[in-house]
Design a protein. Structure first.
Length: 84
């Protein structure tokens, strides 16, 4: 199984929805909450939420200073990307 990380900030309206989709698929993931990170941490510069699997961005993107990821893909997209 792929190592999955979810990068997010607490007030992000899509973060919990993203985590719910991954949990529904039975995917274990590491939560990385951006506001708890030290300045200069590489994960501060991703949109929220961002899903990284084994070092590859599956959803979201690098974003100078963060930002929001909109239009979360379907559960089928994550099933295909993370379970196959």
């Amino acid at each position: 199984m792929k190592m999955v990380k979810v990068i997010y900030f607490n007030d992000c309206p899509n973060a919990q929805n993203m985590m719910n989709v991954l949990s529904e698929l039975g995917i274990e993931f590491e939560k990385i909450e951006q506001t708890s990170l030290l300045e200069g941490d590489e994960f501060k510069n991703y949109s929220s939420p961002t899903v990284i699997a084994s070092g590859v961005v599956i959803f979201g993107s690098k974003a100078e200073g963060g930002g929001c990821s909109l239009n979360i893909p379907s559960i089928d997209y994550f099933r295909e990307e993370l379970l196959n």
